[in-house]
Design a protein around this ligand. Structure first.
Ligand SMILES: [Zn+2]
Length: 80
């Protein structure tokens, strides 16, 4: 039955589309970035760096600012 076969293939394609579009697309939109940049002095850090590493940078270089002000792109481990 050609009709049934076509239907099955269509479903498969749909699944592929959803899986491929999600996470990869988001990463690209962020600039392929596994890095976060300090918006104040443009120092780069690994996006998966421990929060403490960024905190140390902020404390020593921009003690009047918060991590979120220096690294607005850094969402890892910041919580709410
Ligand atoms: Zn900085």
């Amino acid at each position: 039955m050609p009709g049934v076969k076509a239907n099955t293939q269509g479903k498969g394609k749909e699944k592929e589309k959803v899986g491929g579009g999600g996470a990869a697309g988001i990463k690209e939109r962020k600039g392929g970035g596994d890095k976060v940049m300090c918006t104040v002095c443009r120092s780069e850090f690994n996006a998966k760096a421990a929060r403490k590493q960024l905190q140390d940078h902020v404390d020593s270089k921009h003690s009047k600012l918060s991590i979120k002000e220096c690294f607005p792109d850094y969402t890892h481990d910041l919580g709410a």
